[in-house]
Design a protein around this ligand. Structure first.
Ligand code: ZN
Length: 72
């Protein structure tokens, strides 16, 4: 039997806007809502950062490769 590595690149729904998007499950930013941990899409992170910048809050980091297909 040969074991095939499972790609961390998956498709799911954003925990904030509900949009379906692809992400790397190893590095994507997540939120906890109603007892579930859900991924957050890049558009929501960027929107959050725009609002944080207005209020001079530290910006959220967008992990490199979080929204790109796994090259392996
Ligand atoms: Zn979103």
């Amino acid at each position: 039997m040969t074991l095939v590595p499972i790609s961390p690149y998956v498709v799911g729904e954003c925990g904030i806007c509900g949009r379906t998007f692809g992400f790397n499950a190893r590095v994507v930013v997540t939120v906890q809502a109603l007892g579930h941990v859900t991924p957050v899409c890049k558009a929501c992170l960027e929107l959050a950062n725009e609002r944080r910048a207005v209020h001079h809050l530290p910006l959220l980091k967008i992990p490199p490769g979080a929204y790109e297909p796994d090259p392996s």
